[in-house]
Design a binder for this molecule. Structure first.
Ligand SMILES: [Zn+2]
Length: 384
């Protein structure tokens, strides 16, 4: 087992309480004073007054946990000028897709691929942004930044529709939960009358999809993990993820071959293409070279390939009252984060001390996560 997977997780670096400025796209020190809007300005304009303030959780660094309010226009984080302009193409492509969604128009599979890229960007951007805002109180050293994480791991989105109530706006949930800080794999984004429950993680459903998967995953001291990859079963096992989500939404899945995260022991890109070069995998890819799978829509207990011509198949079958669906999807995102977090690589290769430290850390993170989740679940009446 010589190969390494760059983990979704993090390294806890005890000396890293104060973060140096880094570009949220590439992780390098930004050369210029460029700033990136994690929630893009076009989305802020599309959902209300661009000068409105936004509630951004609690100040975890203050003893009174004060509420943090921001004007949307100043919710920005450092970025290199080059990265900023490189990634503006994604924003330019995501905007008309969002407009089509909000007007319930037809979309093709390539547009969903772009939209899932954009959700990766927003999810990781919110994660890095919250680390900045909270002055990295948990001392997390990000193992990746936006650039490396877009379109690089299995991903899914469930689209829920809200009954028209005129309460336009943009909001997100689950990003403040302790487990999201450790592992930014699942969140929800509400945009006017739609909610997107988005998740992406290492081999999230590779095995059940019949793709190659790691038979063994063993944690290393540096935060990544060793993997032993094995050929896929070339059979679909339903459901793709064990979590049961609220019905009435449209579930879309995209397998992704995580080429960029495979590394050899000396840090070079490890080549697993032979394992993937089989007709089963190739025929299920939109772009085999970059590892992008086709988009699939769940239809009861089947997966249907999403067409590459624009269709309205993505429009949810049901509409829900805003408070109800917002509360339920936030709870589901929090629970799914816990499921993913518990399924961590084994600690067998770590020293006794290190294993004990990590086990304690995981237990206390889950305990805190559950406490906050219970509190949120009990606030149900405020939503319904
Ligand atoms: Zn950069």
């Amino acid at each position: 087992m010589n190969d390494i997977m760059i983990s979704e997780n993090y390294i806890i670096a005890c000396l890293l309480k104060i973060m140096d400025k880094f570009c949220i796209f590439c992780g390098e020190k930004p050369e210029s004073k460029n700033r990136e809007h994690v929630i893009p300005q076009w989305l802020i304009r599309m959902t209300g007054d661009p000068n409105r303030t936004v509630y951004l959780g609690r100040k975890w660094t203050s003893s009174t946990l004060d509420k943090r309010e921001f004007s949307f226009s100043s919710f920005t984080f450092p970025a290199c000028e080059k990265c900023n302009s490189d990634f503006s193409y994604l924003e330019a492509r995501a905007k008309p897709i969002m407009e089509t969604i909000l007007t319930r128009g037809p979309l093709d599979s390539h547009q969903w691929d772009i939209f899932l890229d954009w959700l990766d960007k927003v999810r990781i951007g919110l994660w890095l942004g919250m680390l900045y805002l909270n002055e990295n109180h948990r001392a997390i050293l990000p193992m990746f930044h936006i650039g490396k994480r877009i379109g690089s791991k299995d991903r899914m989105v469930i689209v829920y529709e809200i009954e028209g109530d005129g309460n336009d706006g943009v909001g997100w949930a689950a990003t403040e939960l302790p487990l999201f800080e450790y592992m930014p794999s699942c969140f929800t984004l509400t945009v006017n009358n739609f909610i997107f429950l988005n998740a992406s993680y290492d081999f999230l459903f590779a095995e059940r999809f019949g793709f190659p998967f790691p038979a063994k995953r063993i944690h290393r001291e540096d935060g990544g993990f060793w993997i032993e990859m094995t050929a896929g079963t070339e059979r679909l096992h339903f459901p793709l993820v064990s979590k049961r989500f609220k019905t009435g939404g449209t579930q879309l899945f995209q397998p992704v071959i995580p080429y960029v995260h495979f590394r050899s022991e000396c840090g070079e890109v490890a080549d697993y293409s032979e394992l993937y070069k089989v007709p089963y995998v190739k025929s299920r890819c939109m772009d085999f070279k970059t590892g992008r799978g086709l988009i699939y829509r769940r239809d009861c207990n089947h997966l249907v390939e999403y067409p590459d011509a624009p269709v309205r198949d993505w429009i949810p079958k049901q509409k829900f009252a805003r408070g109800e669906v917002q509360h339920q999807t936030s709870v589901l995102a929090g629970e799914f984060l816990e499921d993913i977090y518990r399924n961590h690589p084994s600690f067998d290769a770590l020293s006794d001390n290190e294993r004990e430290r990590r086990e304690t850390e995981i237990e206390s993170a889950i305990r805190l996560h559950k406490t906050i989740m219970d509190h949120f679940i009990n606030q149900k009446d405020m939503y319904y």
